[in-house]
Structure formats: C-alpha cells, structure tokens
Ligand binder design. Structure first.
Ligand code: KG4
Ligand code: ZN
Length: 332
C-alpha cells in the first residue's frame, strides 16, 4: 500500500509518502511571507500553496524513491482550515487521483493530529485521551478507535496557540510568537508574575481573558518603567507559559479523573512547547499515567499525519468521490 498525502490547511504546504505502514518521506514548506503581517493572511497562504505544491509533492516522491505510478491512493486534508488553502491541496489531490485512476481519501485535519501518535512507537492503546492544542484549536478528545473520536472539552474563544501568539505580539515579538515565548521562558522564573487562570465549567477552556490581563499588566508596568518588557522578558514569558500550561493541565487532570482513562496524549503545534512537555511528563509520573508525546516534526502541521490517518481509511475502504469539496469548518 503506497499512499501520497497532502496537507494544505493553513500556512504549511506538506506532502508525505507512506509505504506499507511506514512513513518514507515528509516534506514541509513553511510560508515565511506571513511574518511581516503578524499572522496568516489567507489570500497569500493560498497563493504560496499554489507555488509550493508541485515541488513539495515531487520532493516527497523522490525522497521516498517512489514513482507516482506506484501509488495506491492519494489523500488530502478536507478540513478544517482556510478555504483558499484547502482548495489547493484538494484540487491537486483530486486531479492526481483522477489522472492515475486510483482512490481518493479525505482526511479531517484534527483527527490526523491525534493519529500522528501512530506514526512511531510507542503507540497509545484505546481508549486514550488526546489534548489537541494548535493555533486554531484546543480540544480534549476521547479516542475509542482510529476513527472513533469524541470532543469532550474545547475552547469557547481563542485557541491556546493564539493565546501564545497574541501574548508574544504584546511583547513586541514576531509571528508566530509561541516558540519565542518558549525560548525566553527557559531562562525565566515562572512564579515571577501571576495571571488569572479564569474559571470555565466542565472540560471547556477560555483563553481570551488572559490576553486582556496581559495587556493591562504590560500597560501598567511600562507606564512607570518604559524598559519593563525588555528587562523582564524571560520572567514574563515564563509566567505566561506557566499559566497557559496550568490551564491546560487542570482540565486534562479532570478529564482523566472523570473518564478513568490513564493513557494520555498531546498533539498539535503547541505540544512542541517544552514547558508543556515537561509539566505533562511530571504530572504523568505522579498520577501513574502513560504519557505520549510525538516527535517535534509530527506535532506541527505535516502530511505524515494525513498519510497515517488515510491508511486507516484505506484499510476500511473509506474512499471519497471526485465531487468532494473542502470543508473549512469540519467537525470531528
Ligand atoms: O498545529 P499547528 O502547526 O498549526 C495549526 O493547525 O494551528 O500549530 C501552530 C501553533 C502556533 O500558534 C504556534 O505559535 C504554536 O503552535 N507553537 C508553539 C510552539 N511551537 C508552535 N507554542 C508554544 N510553544 C512552542 N514551542
Ligand atoms: Zn494543525
């Protein structure tokens, strides 16, 4: 079984080749154009996908040492994501599958983030809980089977990745600021400043309050000391990161308690955060959880996770018609 998978939901153009259950290549072209605008500009993302898609797919096939004529199926991200971006990957996948006369497989991007855990060993056992944290989503998912997933908690406003990026912007850091907060936080004191964690019922999250709290905190301090941010960058970043990580872990603990599930995974771009990785590992050790953290390149958007999800669908004969169109708001 040789599957070519394409991911183009946001600002990374990626293609991956899976051969008999193993990822042979995973090529990712990151779009740097958005940095100067402080966020992803949908129209520019779509144009960049058009420029990248052919070389990225050719590179993925070459790295896997496979001819396109040897493919068994073509998979693509149907949603959720930016419409213009999704259209590029979907159109390309449809045309290629039609030309080669092989099946087409649609994949849900959020399911794929969860299934990234099946690319390498150790693989989680069912049922497990997955905290999916990215620039667009914050969810706690109960996973009962490869394609059986239920969202049991989610954000009511901003995603946690957005909270990282917007906080970074307030500190004058470039987009995407999440990785920079992580970097500065390593040298800072997480207890230096306190930010409100807010109170949300059930297993849901809210990240819009902390952003406002940081805005007022910085405004008040820079009023008396214009150099406040520069002088305290490490401590501010460590404190913001600590607060966001604690907000995530509080709900994850509650979800584990309520479901009785002790196999816990994280997925999505924010799972690359070193503070979250360390805190989750420590929490897992103290509570007797089996914790699963994917390798960094499989945390952020990539086509290898689309390929692995497509493999499960291929095995079930779950193929997609050529009439399919992208779904920007696709649910699990
Ligand atoms: O999953 P992803 O690559 O794309 C989406 O589907 O959104 O996630 C991107 C998000 C961005 O908000 C980025 O700032 C955040 O993940 N991120 C991080 C780190 N690496 C990426 N946030 C905090 N610490 C990091 N090390
Ligand atoms: Zn993603």
């Amino acid at each position: 079984m040789n599957i070519l998978a394409i991911e183009s939901s946001c600002d990374e153009t990626s293609a991956s080749v899976l051969v008999n259950g193993h990822i042979r290549s995973n090529v990712i072209a990151t779009q740097l154009i958005h940095e100067q605008y402080g966020g992803v500009v949908p129209e520019l993302a779509s144009r960049a996908h058009q420029q990248h898609i052919l070389p990225v797919v050719e590179r993925a096939l070459a790295d896997a040492n496979l001819s396109k004529n040897a493919l068994s199926a073509v998979a693509f991200t149907r949603g959720p994501g930016l419409l213009g971006s999704l259209l590029v990957g979907a159109s390309f996948a449809k045309a290629l599958a039609l030309g080669l006369n092989i099946p087409l497989i649609e994949v849900n991007h959020m399911q794929a983030h969860v299934l990234a855990h099946f690319i390498e060993n150790p693989k989680p056992a069912f049922p497990f809980l997955c905290l999916t944290v990215s620039g667009g989503h914050t969810q706690i998912v109960r996973v009962d089977g490869p394609l059986e997933m239920t969202v049991i908690g989610q954000t009511m406003d901003d995603a946690v990745g957005e909270a990282f990026d917007k906080s970074a912007k307030l500190l004058g850091l470039p987009y995407p600021g999440g990785p920079l907060i992580d970097k500065y936080a390593k040298a800072g004191n997480p207890m230096a400043f306190r930010f409100p964690m807010g109170e949300m019922p059930n297993l849901d999250f809210s990240f819009s309050g902390i952003k406002t709290a940081i805005l007022y905190f910085l405004r008040d301090h820079t009023k008396t000391n214009p150099g406040f941010i520069e002088e305290n960058m490490a401590d501010i970043c460590a404190s913001i990161q600590h607060t966001l990580v604690q907000m995530l872990l509080t709900k994850l603990k509650r979800a584990a308690r309520e479901t009785g599930i002790r196999d816990i995974a994280i997925a999505g771009g924010v799972s690359a955060n070193s503070g979250l990785r360390t805190a989750l590992t420590q929490l897992g050790e103290s509570l007797g959880w089996q914790v699963y953290i994917p390798r960094f390149e499989y945390c952020t958007d990539n086509a290898a996770m689309i390929a692995i999800a497509a493999q499960f669908k291929y095995e079930q004969g779950d193929f997609t018609a050529q009439t399919v169109s992208p779904m920007p708001r696709m649910s699990m």
